[in-house]
Design a protein around this ligand. Structure first.
Ligand code: R5P
Length: 293
């Protein structure tokens, strides 16, 4: 039965304490809906404001990439050490235990495989919003090909998935792919990152380059960097350090983690840079001390 006495007796109004109107800490997210803000907040560490995303979606175009031949063995031990898992829905269904307590950034578009000369010619939707929500995805990843033959098609896919994500409160990660004939220049990344943000992406994944601080300054949403091809661990950590120092809000790194001599130690070393503000030399020393010989 309803309790009207509780209302009469209530006294804890704290009339001297105004209700907080705190700003949402994620760049560009202040005016989103609660569900989308909540999903974004699970992706970024509340203290550092940054994220370590583990990318292992490479099989969607490259097949069993070195280091990812057995996702079921490689990924679950790394999952507790990262903030977000970025992968295809096939990987989620087959290789991730549903008990994994990490946000999933689901690759929602497909592209031509590496069997084709230029993968940027045009892809489509690999997982629609209903299926993404059904599998509890926190974010949708959309590949784009600015300045390449697939530009128009990929921007159309981005727009449709941003619309769908807005309807269900699911943010979109816009991925800047670099076409076969494109140069990884400041000019290109300035254009591409800004273009994806203005077309509605909530987070942008791109590559580190010279002039990166101007790219992050001009982009109204957080940027995370891809690692690219495997580098010596010290160089990958230096790249992460420079990116964070110049305004990146994290990494979405694949090969430089799962192809490292010790992927677990490398994940922890990357997190030292991303979350603890360690310089690359300190993180590399930590890597050497931690890695299993
Ligand atoms: C590539 O196929 C995927 O989009 C990867 O997620 C992306 O390239 C990041 O992985 P990596 O750090 O290996 O470049």
């Amino acid at each position: 039965m309803a309790d009207s006495d509780a209302l009469a007796e209530s006294t804890n109004y704290f009339v001297d304490i105004p209700q907080p109107t705190s700003r949402f800490p994620i760049k560009g997210g202040q005016h989103l809906g609660w569900g989308m803000m909540n999903r974004l907040a699970t992706m970024f560490n509340p203290v550092s404001g940054n994220t370590v995303m583990l990318a292992f979606d490479h099989g969607y175009i490259m097949g069993p990439t070195s280091g990812l031949e057995r996702m079921d063995l490689v990924i679950p031990p790394l999952a507790p050490q990262v903030d977000v898992l970025m992968c295809t829905r096939g990987a989620v269904h087959t290789c991730l235990p549903p008990t994994v307590q990490k946000p999933i950034c689901l690759r929602a578009t497909y592209d031509a495989s590496v069997m084709f000369d230029d993968m940027s010619n045009g892809g489509g939707i690999a997982a629609d919003i209903i299926n993404a929500v059904r599998m509890n995805a926190t974010c949708l990843a959309v590949q784009t090909f600015i300045g390449s033959p697939g530009e128009k098609n990929s921007l159309e896919l981005l727009a449709r998935l941003v619309d769908a994500g807005s309807t269900y409160g699911v943010p979109v990660l816009g991925v800047v792919a670099v076409g076969k004939d494109m140069v990884r220049s400041e000019r290109f990344f300035l254009l591409a990152t800004r273009l994806l943000a203005e077309n509605g992406a909530n987070v942008i994944k791109t590559y580190y380059c010279d002039g990166f601080e101007r790219i992050t300054a001009a982009c109204p949403v957080p940027i995370v960097i891809a690692g690219g091809k495997k580098l010596p661990e010290s160089e990958a950590l230096a790249m992460a350090y420079h990116a964070i120092s110049e305004g990146a809000h994290g990494v979405d790194m694949g090969r430089n983690i799962f192809q490292a001599d010790d992927p677990s130690a490398m994940t922890k070393a990357v997190a030292k840079v991303v979350h603890e503000g360690c310089c690359d030399q300190t993180a590399y020393e930590y890597y050497l001390d931690t890695k299993q010989s």
